[in-house]
Design a protein around this ligand. Structure first.
Ligand code: GLC
Length: 438
């Protein structure tokens, strides 16, 4: 399966815009479209601070626009997935005032937990309530208290609301950290990755199982590879951040793939990706702008077993955008704006009359690559077609010369030269960074 992540504001501005680009996704051969959060939000964290889980942000359109997107996507054989943010809401969510017991409070600052964004204390005093509340991220993103059964009940309603409306999958934000230590003990290990979190996903699977086809649950499991296996119990898919964070070398990546394939249970599939809205794009971070290297990264992603996530722009080799200091919008430091700049559909950039982040470089754009059989876009399509010929989801490393990664995939053999020198495999010559399927 190929899942395509659209950071909606930069993909095509809104839901009608996304709908107009479905043809691009269909031609690519995408199976599902994951929309970054589309709910009403004051945009402190650009949608990852949700003010209403049961509605669509005005900037993106209406529930009707959402329904129309789902319906039209289905005619292309594309499922729509939403991004669910259950760890925290916005401080503008009605709950924060009306249902304070949904959040995590303390009379004093109880421990040394730090905010991921501010790096200061994860506790902020609410003057109205004369107590401190927990926020793993920005102070405007109070953490929900998942020990409270009412919070669980609210989210069960939210799940059903969207499953009833045709959502076929959820990407679960901060999936490893919903539950915190009940005693609020010191140590960051008590703020995340606690065993009780799996009960939540077990319950969500029961709800998903009421639907046919059963919607998929994919966790943003921001943990090490050793910590990943428990998430495979009740999540269909657990995102593999060790892979994304690795350097783009054979020595770094191959052991991660091997360890993942060894650890994964028979009923689960791995998830590979090289870019998302929080990390420098792979065309920059892995390939350093080198097109041949970016093709190697695409080759690897699209020939590995399981699920691949393409982040918007990966298919055209889009690099991080340049965002002048006075244009920075992200709440986090360092800013994640460079990986969130608009998708260049044309060289003129006319489709972005008023972009929310600057679009300064359109040299790699969809239109130019569309009809060029030698483009990165065409190469991506070829890889996706080739992928469909692999008989199964098995993986086996094969012996290969230095710098070359060879692996068996079903009836086929994939050979990737992950080096800047020419190489050969079984009598076949390989240019630097070249991949071939035999
Ligand atoms: C996740 C999201 C990120 C967001 C954070 C807080 O890591 O991917 O964009 O800022 O959660 O919701």
């Amino acid at each position: 399966m190929i899942l395509y992540q659209a950071y909606v504001r930069s993909f095509a501005a809104d839901l009608q815009g996304a709908r107009a680009r479905l043809g691009h996704l269909a031609r690519l051969g995408v199976d599902a479209l994951w929309l970054s959060p589309v709910h009403p939000s004051p945009n402190v964290d650009w949608g990852y601070d949700v003010a209403d889980y049961l509605a669509i942000h005005d900037d993106y359109g209406s529930l009707d626009d959402y329904d129309a997107l789902v319906a039209e996507a289905r005619t292309h054989g594309i499922d729509v997935w939403l991004d669910l943010v259950p760890n925290h809401s916005s401080d503008r969510h009605a709950w924060f005032w009306e249902r304070p017991e949904y959040y995590v409070w303390s009379k004093d600052v109880p421990n040394d937990w730090r905010s991921v964004f501010t790096r200061g204390s994860a506790w902020t005093r609410d003057e109205r309530r004369k107590r401190y509340y927990l926020h793993q991220f920005a102070p405007q993103q109070p953490d929900l208290d998942w020990w409270n059964p009412d919070v669980r009940a609210e989210f069960e309603k939210i799940l059903r609301f969207w499953f009833d409306r045709g959502v076929r999958g959820l990407r679960i934000d901060v999936a490893h950290a919903l539950i915190k230590d009940r005693e609020l003990r010191d140590g960051v290990e008590h703020m995340r990755n606690r065993p009780e979190v799996h009960e939540i996903y077990a319950r969500w699977q029961e709800i998903a199982a009421e639907y046919d086809p059963k919607p998929m649950l994919m966790g943003e499991t921001y943990v090490s590879l050793d910590e990943l296996p428990p998430f495979w119990q009740h999540l269909d898919l657990a995102q593999n951040f060790a892979f994304l964070r690795a350097e783009f070398t054979l020595e770094a990546l191959r052991p991660i793939v091997e360890q993942t394939m060894k650890a994964i249970p028979a009923n689960r599939r791995p998830v590979w990706f090289g870019s998302n809205h929080d990390h420098s794009r792979m065309a920059t971070r892995w390939a350093g702008g080198d097109e041949a290297k970016h093709r190697a990264a695409l080759f690897l992603l699209l020939t590995l077993p399981g699920i691949v996530i393409l982040y918007q722009g990966d298919e055209i080799g889009l690099e991080d955008g340049r965002v002048p200091p006075d244009c920075v919008l992200d709440v986090a430091d360092p800013s994640r704006d460079p990986e969130r700049t608009p998708m260049p559909w044309t060289r003129s950039g006319e489709e972005w009359p008023d972009p929310w982040l600057p679009l300064l470089d359109t040299s790699r754009n969809v239109e130019d690559q569309e009809n060029d059989s030698g483009s990165i876009l065409s190469y991506t399509r070829e890889l996706i077609d080739a992928r469909k010929t692999f008989a199964d989801d098995s993986y086996e490393t094969l012996a290969a010369p230095a710098g070359v990664w060879a692996y068996r995939r079903g009836q086929k053999t994939c050979v990737l030269n992950l080096s800047a020198s020419a190489a050969s495999y079984g009598g076949r010559k390989l240019a630097p960074w070249e991949g071939i399927v035999l």
